[in-house]
Each structure stands twice: as C-alpha cells, then as structure tokens.
Write a protein that binds this ligand. Structure first.
Ligand code: PAF
Length: 290
C-alpha cells in the first residue's frame, strides 16, 4: 500500500531517528487535534514499559516511545556496554501495544557536538542511589529534559519502580516550570512479586529464585512500620533475612518520605520502603508504599 506521508492517516508504528522527523511526526498528530504521551525508555522492553504505553493510550494520547541507552547516566564501572539491546523486538512489542511513534536516535543525534549544559537536581539526589551512582541522576535529568523538549508531549510516563528517578523528574519539571505532566505508573511485577526490569535477564535460575525474597521483605517492612514499628528495627530485620536468603549485599533498605525521600524513623504520612540490593552481577532496586 502506498504511504500517504501523513502518519495520522496510517495505522501502525512510525520509526523516526532524527529530532526533525520526531517533531514533524508529532506536529502532524497535533494538527489532527491529538494529545501526545511520551514514554522514555532505554529499550529491552518488558510488560512494565508496555504498561506506560497503555497509560498513554488510556488517557487518549498518541504514545511516543523513545529508545535510547543513555551513556551519560552510566558510571565507568556500570553495564552500559552490556545493557540489553533488541531494537527489532522492541519495535514489534510497541506496534502490538498500539504505540504510534518510536524515536530511536543515535548518540550523535541526542548529543550533537560538545555538550556544555547539564541539569542537576539537588537534595533528593543526596541519598539512596545518588551517592552510590555519582552522576547518574544528572545524566537522567539531562537526557529526560532533552527528550521532553524534543517531543514536547502533553504528558510523560515513568514507572514507580525507579522511584527516586520519578521524584527527581517531577521535581525538575516543577522547578524549571516545564509545561509537561509527569505521570507515575505502578510497578509491574512477575507472578512471584519480582519487579520487572530489563536487568532481570542478567540473573541465573538460582539467583532468580532468590530474587523473589526482595518483594517479600519490602512487604514485611511495610506491614511492621504501618503497625507502629520503628523503621530502623524493621529494616534491620529484613536486611538480615535478605542476606540469609542468598542476597550478596544490601546497598540500602530504608523507609523514606514519599516526596522528599528523607529517611523516616516512624511512619505517619505517605512513605516508601525502598531498597537496592546486589545478587551476583545484578543490582536490583524496588520499592512499595509503606
Ligand atoms: O528509566 C529509564 O529507562 C531511563 O533512566 C530513562 C528515563 C529512559 C532516561 O534514560
């Protein structure tokens, strides 16, 4: 069938590689009266990402998914080179989910020439993953700013699994008066409770069996602190159980205020139980409401 060159008249997924093509394609949908929902990703898509696309569709937005493994948010000893990549598989999943535009730029398209500008969110990046992954949130805030300005969506969708990232992005958008709604979507879990993540594929079957313990212990902490236990006592007990259950290292397991991410000793308002743990070569993060 001959292409009409008007993506609003076609079904299916438009693959765009340049900012100019992204803007042209988004503009065609806007001209047709449609709103736009951006789903930023690094690819290796799973049901968690697809739930973000569905979130956009449920709000009546044209879903635009970006796929870009952003080098500036990986530390020198992290898994940038090994990060799973499956572009064709991702396109197929997006097409099936009803996504209409995928933006899959090259590194030069995202970062043309020397880049002298970065976006830094302070305070809420001081704890949790912040000190453990120096430069990570600056890389995230900068690339997300660029993606938002490239796509100019009405809304952008992020998973609650990366809870600190979600709060950083909400704060950035608020502080910089960016005209975008940031929508946090619930974590999608495997049947045994493990939060879906592109990095889960790094685990061998033994590690995968151990990994289920993380969600169980997050729930144990949430239950205890809701019943009035001290957060320090509840998280110490859960950390002990995780190590006994086969985890290699607890980077943190704590209870924080849901917005400021300040550590709490007692829970009296919205709070999250949040953890980063190591299992073999895999770093798992997860969180739930306390
Ligand atoms: O959550 C992710 O996959 C990434 O941090 C994001 C938001 C796409 C920025 O590169």
């Amino acid at each position: 069938m001959k292409s009409s060159n008007d993506p609003t008249l076609e079904q299916g997924l438009a693959v765009v590689r340049t900012v100019a093509d992204l803007r042209r394609t988004v503009a065609a949908f806007r001209k047709a009266g449609r709103t736009v929902g951006l789903v930023p990703t690094m690819g290796a898509l799973h049901e968690g990402h697809i739930s973000l696309v569905k979130g956009a569709l449920e709000r009546g937005d044209i879903p635009v998914t970006s796929i870009f493994v952003n080098p500036t948010q990986f530390g020198p000893n992290e898994d940038f080179a090994a990060y799973p990549r499956d572009e064709q598989g991702d396109f197929d999943k997006l097409r099936d989910a009803g996504c209409r535009i995928v933006f899959a730029p090259s590194k030069d398209e995202m970062y043309p020439g020397q880049q002298l500008t970065t976006v830094t969110v302070t305070g809420i990046t001081d704890g949790l993953c912040g000190p453990l992954r120096p430069g990570h949130f600056q890389g995230v805030a900068t690339v997300v700013s660029k993606l938002l300005l490239m796509a100019m969506p009405d809304r952008a969708f992020f998973g609650e699994k990366d809870y600190q990232q979600l709060q950083v992005i909400k704060r950035m958008v608020r502080d910089l008066s960016m005209p975008f709604e940031i929508v946090g979507m619930p974590t999608v879990r495997e049947a045994d409770g493990l939060a879906m993540s592109s990095r889960n594929r790094y685990m061998n079957p033994t590690e995968r069996a151990v990994a289920t313990g993380l969600y169980r212990e997050l729930n144990a902490v949430a239950k205890a602190v809701r019943a009035g236990a001290s957060c320090t006592a509840a998280t110490a007990e859960a950390s002990k159980a995780l190590l006994a259950g086969g985890f290699d290292k607890i980077e943190y397991l704590t209870v924080v205020d849901a917005e400021s991410l300040e550590p709490l000793e007692k829970v009296s308002g919205p709070a999250r139980v949040i953890a980063a743990v190591r299992l073999g070569r895999t770093r798992l993060i997860d969180n739930i409401a306390a």
